[in-house]
Each structure stands twice: as C-alpha cells, then as structure tokens.
Design a protein around this ligand. Structure first.
Ligand code: NI
Length: 481
C-alpha cells in the first residue's frame, strides 16, 4: 500500500470508529502490517493509507499489536524525544509524550484488549492514535530537523501517482529544501531546479553549493545555476525548453523579470514566510519575532512584478512560541510551507485555485537585518531586548560591548523589574545589578535582562555564570559602548 505523505488531506481527517470487525477490515490490518514492515516503520494508522477508520498497527520489536478503536484511558509521566513518521519522510520532530499509557481497544476477533505501555511503545501508541484524530507530529513539534529520508522508505512499494504538473523549482537556502522534496514526493514531475551560483562561505571561504543544489543532486534532478544577469538573459528560455507548467519559487534570492514570470503555462508561485501582506521583504521571520507577534505563518502567492504583492492562493497561520528563535521558527515554517505549496499545486492542477488580492491594509515590512539591528541598546525594555536576541539566533547574533570587545548574547531572559537588586545599586541601563541562578542580571530601560548564554569575542559560547566567574564580574560593571 502507498503511505500518504504530508499535504494529503487524508492525514488531517478524524477517522470514523469501526462498528464491526469485518473480513475486509482484517485484510486491511494485514496489509497495513505488511506495509509498515516494508517501510521499516514501527507503527501505521489507517488514515496514512487513505482509510478513514480507527485502526492502528504497532510493532516496536515486542510483537505486532493490531488495535481497533484504540483509546488512551490513562496517561502519566512525560518523555521528550525525537520522533519520525512514515508520512513525513526525512523529518524528525521533538515531541513531548506521556511516559506511560493504558490503551483500551478491540482485537481482530472483536474482543476487548488492554495494553499497558511504557517508554517507546507508549510513544508509538500515542503517535498512531494521534493519526486517528488527524493530528501529526508537526502539530506537537517543539523543534524539527530534517534527515536523509530512509532509503527503505524511498523504495517503498509506491503505486506510482500520476505526474500531474511539470514543475520547475527555484530556491537557494535550506528554507526551500522541504518544499522541493515535498513536490517531488507528491508525484509532480520536477523538470529542473534553478538556484544561485556556488558562493564562498565558511572559514576557508571555499566555494559552497546552495542547500537546494545539494538536495536537487540527491534527488537526481537537473540543476541550472545563475545570478542576476543570467536570470535576466537566459532563464525564460530555460523554462520554455523544460516545457514548464508552473514554477515554484522559495527564497530564490533573485528578482524575476516579467519574461520569466510569464514563461511557465501557469506562471510562477512563491512561498513567503509571513502572513502577507504583513512582512513583505527579506527578513520576515526575524522581524515577526522582534516585533513581538504571537502568530505568523506562510503565504503562497501567484507572483507578479511587485515585491511579494501577488494574489494569495493559500495561507496558513502558526503560533510563535515564547521560546522560539528565528532558527526554530524557520524550521517549522519551512515544513508547514512545504505542505501548503503541495496543497496549492493540487488546487492549481485541478483548476480549483481561487486567487484573492492581498488586502490593502498598511502592514509592517520585513527589511533585511542591518548591522545596527544587531546592537543591544540597554535603554530599551528588557522584553524587547529578549525578542531581539531570539530573532537574531542562530544568525547573526545580537551583541553588546564588554571590556572593549564584542559580547554576543545567545540566550537571555527578561526578568521582572521588581526582582532587580533592591539594594540601591546603580540602575543605569547596561550595568550589572546582580545574578540570577549565577547568571548576570543587567539593568535595562525597563526591567532586568538575565544573560543565560553568551560568547565573548574569540571564545566559545559559555553560560552566564561562567562569564561572571571567569571574568570576575562585579556588580556595577557596565556593558555597552
Ligand atoms: Ni506517523
């Protein structure tokens, strides 16, 4: 059986209870167990093979469990670990689960069964039962990472799904990679991948291929590389030669001329990491965190000649968690964005897309991060500085000055103003007013900022308390210019 992968609406439906164990349900259970083994999974739920029934199979090495209408009757303890899913090949999500669960279900003879599970089996059961409610690991992910899809899953017994569109993909950095993989997985024919030229990067300034080029080579796809002038002069012809139905553009990094926008039969669509029209521009993820928003998302637009101004084809909101950095939010948005692009292609392929113009409302813009955005201004409120630090993690990092050298701030916490050293210390913004859990607390324009993880110039990252001890920081020492 073919395992449905993300973007498939079957994964999002709440599955119907099984009223009676029939011969066809038994056949389904056996086929699912076989599929799970072929894909080398530890569990599979019926919605993953497109069947809306409350049936799961689980085998974590202690034997095969086939559970009809499973429910969790008790759950306690907690475990946090990385978890994969056959419907999300190449993805790991860090998910918190109960450590122990009691599951009630019926077996294939219609008899009630009870299962007490702990650890990994408990995790697998919770994961599969989630599938029955249309809940997937991305919904529970605290963090995500992409891995090489398991070779076994790659050669899974796919019923070849019809190649629906001839897609050219244009993208450059890591953000674009999940979308490229998802389009290929969804059965479209990726006729070629357009990316920027290799550029010097890293310590040795050696020439590095863009992340999209690496992914395209792994997928065995033809790659065309070009910068601004090649794009202007030659790309439209390349797209025509590829007989392109549609081009999907994700963080390509080069402005496309009108001839390129018109070259594919259905034009070009773009995935943008914000809820347009908010945060048009180069740094939507960082700006949304800096501005203190609780919600952001992704938008797919039909591209026109303006910057991120085209008609909206699809939008999806996701919450910004209080501990999100630009890095964690980037990873979630890139995966959610991949799903939304695949769904949009499905709508376009079947003529059901309904483009709507962007609202004309005045919206914040997402200018690229400039050098002055990285500098900590201690006269601003601690809450604002904490957001600045999260928005610039993992790149390029917010910084201040410490004993004449640059000090990067990687993890900070805005403390309550009334917790600040009451002893009549100098509360000049930028001055160290005490410690919290050994880490230095610095006065700001409003409240204190606890420095949890920092990096002095030329040194590795260290905890705030190592900074205090290693540099013998005393109360009253000033940070900043
Ligand atoms: Ni799964």
């Amino acid at each position: 059986m073919r395992v449905r992968t993300f973007g498939d609406p079957a994964l999002r439906r709440k599955a119907a209870p099984v009223s009676r164990v029939t011969a066809s349900l038994k056949r389904l259970a056996r086929a699912m167990a076989k599929t799970m083994q072929e894909y080398r999974g530890v569990g599979l739920a019926a919605p993953q093979v497109g069947v809306s029934s409350r049936l799961v199979v689980v085998d974590v090495g202690d034997g095969l469990h086939i559970l009809v209408n499973p429910t969790i009757t008790q759950a306690d303890g907690s475990q946090v670990d990385w978890e994969g899913c056959l419907s999300y090949p190449g993805l790991l999500a860090e998910v918190e689960r109960a450590q122990r669960v009691s599951v009630q279900a019926t077996d294939l003879d219609g008899r009630p069964v009870w299962l007490e599970a702990e650890g990994f089996l408990a995790r697998a059961l919770q994961h599969e039962i989630d599938h029955l409610d249309g809940v997937v690991i991305l919904d529970r992910a605290r963090a995500v990472q992409t891995i090489e899809p398991d070779a076994a899953a790659e050669v899974g017994p796919e019923e070849a799904s019809p190649a629906r569109l001839r897609v050219a993909f244009m993208g450059t950095p890591e953000f674009a990679v999940p979308t490229l993989r998802a389009i290929a997985d969804a059965g479209h024919q990726v006729v070629g991948v357009v990316t920027q030229p290799d550029r010097p990067a890293g310590r040795g300034r050696r020439s590095q291929p863009p992340a999209v080029k690496v992914a395209a080579s792994q997928l065995g796809l033809p790659v065309w590389q070009g910068g601004r002038s090649e794009v202007r002069e030659r790309l439209a012809g390349v797209l025509e030669a590829w007989d392109t139905d549609i081009a999907v553009v994700v963080a390509f990094g080069v402005i496309l001329p009108a001839a390129v926008l018109r070259a594919p039969r259905l034009g070009c669509i773009n995935l943008h990491a914000s809820l347009l029209p908010a945060y048009r521009g180069a740094a939507p993820i960082q700006r949304a965190i800096m501005d203190g928003h609780e919600v952001t998302g992704v938008t797919v637009i039909q591209m026109d000649e303006g910057m991120d101004t085209g008609d909206i084809l699809a939008r999806r909101e996701i919450p910004i968690q209080p501990e999100d950095t630009a890095g964690t939010l980037h990873d979630r948005l890139s995966l959610v964005g991949a799903q939304v692009v695949v769904q949009t292609l499905e709508l376009l392929a079947t003529g059901r897309a309904r483009p709507t113009p962007q609202p004309a409302a005045a919206s914040p813009v997402a200018d690229r991060i400039r050098a002055q955005d990285e500098v900590i201004d201690w006269t601003r409120p601690a809450e604002e500085l904490a957001r600045q630090v999260r928005a610039l993690n993992p790149r390029p990092g917010a910084h201040t000055v410490f004993r004449g050298h640059r000090l990067k701030l990687w993890t900070v916490e805005a403390g309550r103003p009334d917790r600040l050293a009451p002893g009549g210390h100098d509360l000049v913004p930028g001055s160290v007013v005490g410690t919290a859990g050994g880490d230095p607390v610095v006065a700001t324009g409003q409240g204190g900022l606890v420095l949890r993880e920092v990096q002095p110039a030329g040194k590795p990252r260290m905890s705030g308390s190592d900074l205090v001890n290693g540099y013998r920081i005393a109360t009253g020492e000033r940070l900043g210019p």
